[in-house]
Design a protein around this ligand. Structure first.
Ligand code: ZN
Ligand code: ZN
Length: 405
């Protein structure tokens, strides 16, 4: 029987030396017997997300890890922002990043963020989500004033301008077609914006905000249109039946685009309080029914953005504990553990540093790395690009076809 493939993406895993950890990275400082056992029985190295010199988001990096070239299929943040907010966008959907803003009686934008604090944004988003003349508009609220709009219909084009004037004191812009053939999309959106201005101006939520002296959220500013890409289905590309288990909707959305089965684990929260053991157990179980399972664990990235190396070390220890469950799979599966990018606690943002990676399965060659961390994996001299991870796993599972006779 051919081996199964199990890919763990520990989000934002890689880091830099931390003064709070005596100059070690959170991964170095963590008690990680299981990750060390896995790397000792296989290969340890460094992985560059997408390519050297890029600072990647989770979206571009996960696309690349699955073998899709983001520099071809990634056409704008809009669709991925929308997925991040939980709209499962479909190929061909047009999506925007959006802001709730305040428009004065004279029609100019007086606050691009409508005071930032908009607890009503969820109910407003529902009111301006509807179908008009066969085109579906889906708005989902994000944190503070942020939101996303997905437009679903026939023959839509992303080659259109923003309605966001990008500064205060100006009226929202009419959306324009940026090439001859797309007048239709701009027209539909301008009609939609006129319609929702009426809805937002007269909504009880905004009346109430005005009564309380708060700026009404009566305008939705749109920017960064992008089209949701059509990806070659994962099973067609690799001949593998694949599944995806992620606690955050952005990764679930990407799994959906790739045609992966979307697995649910009720304890997977996408936060640092996630059910680590239960999630890994669910992935192991899913491997019985599928050839490939992608597991994303978001917690290290959250700790990195918080600038909390102790928390990051602690969540890595919980992950290590949970990953102990897969060690006995190494006869039947190729296991890869890596991150999608580094999120150093010292900068609280993603960085372009390469990420530790390990491959482990029974009977494979070893390269002598005994400790899974940035320094030991780095000193092995083995490195690869994220786009090569699938190839590496296929090779180790003896699924690659012969080149030549
Ligand atoms: Zn990430
Ligand atoms: Zn991040």
């Amino acid at each position: 029987m051919m081996k199964k493939l199990l890919l763990f993406v520990l989000d934002g895993l890689g880091d830099r030396p931390s003064p709070l950890l005596n100059g070690e990275t959170p991964l170095q400082a963590a008690f990680r017997p299981n990750l060390n056992a896995l790397v000792s029985s296989g290969l340890g190295g460094l992985m560059y997300p997408v390519r050297k010199g890029l600072v990647c988001g989770s979206d571009t990096s996960h696309l690349s890890l699955l073998g899709y070239d983001p520099e071809t299929v990634y056409t704008g943040r809009g669709p991925f922002e929308a997925m991040g907010l939980g709209i499962i966008s479909e190929p061909g959907d047009i999506a925007f990043r959006a802001n709730f803003a305040t428009r004065s009686k004279e029609g100019v934008i007086v606050d691009r963020r409508a005071g930032r604090d908009i607890p009503e944004s969820g109910s407003l988003a529902k009111k301006i989500s509807f179908t008009m003349n066969g085109t579906q508009f889906i708005v989902r609220e994000g944190v503070e004033h942020r939101a996303a709009l997905v437009v679903r219909g026939k023959g839509l084009s992303p080659n259109i301008s923003d309605s966001d004037p990008h500064e205060q004191g100006k009226a929202p812009l009419k959306i324009k077609a940026l090439s001859d053939d797309v007048g239709h999309t701009a027209e539909i959106l301008n009609e939609y914006l006129d319609r929702i201005r009426e809805i937002l101006d007269t909504s009880p939520e905004n009346r109430d905000r005005e009564r309380r002296g708060k700026p009404p959220a009566n305008e939705l500013l749109l920017r960064g249109a992008g089209i949701t890409p059509r990806l070659e289905p994962f099973n067609k590309r690799y001949g593998l039946d694949g599944a995806c288990l992620a606690g955050i909707p952005l990764i679930t959305g990407i799994g959906n685009l790739a045609g992966l089965h979307l697995l649910k684990h009720p304890g997977a929260t996408g936060r640092v309080d996630t059910d680590y053991r239960g999630k890994v157990r669910a992935a192991v179980r899913a491997l019985e029914a599928h050839d490939f399972v992608l597991v994303n664990i978001k917690a290290p990235d959250i700790a990195g953005h918080d600038g909390d190396p102790l928390l990051k070390r602690d969540v890595i220890e919980k992950i290590d504990d949970a990953i102990g469950q897969v060690i006995e799979l190494s006869n039947d599966a190729v296991i890869c553990v890596t991150g999608d990018h580094c999120t150093p606690c010292t900068t609280k943002e993603h960085s372009g540093d390469p990420v530790p990676v390990l491959f482990s399965t029974e009977g494979m060659r070893r390269n002598g790395v005994r400790h899974f961390d940035e320094v030991n994996c780095g000193s092995s001299g083995f490195d690869l690009l994220s786009g090569e991870v699938m190839t590496m796993m296929l090779q180790l599972s003896d699924r690659l076809k012969k080149y030549g006779a």
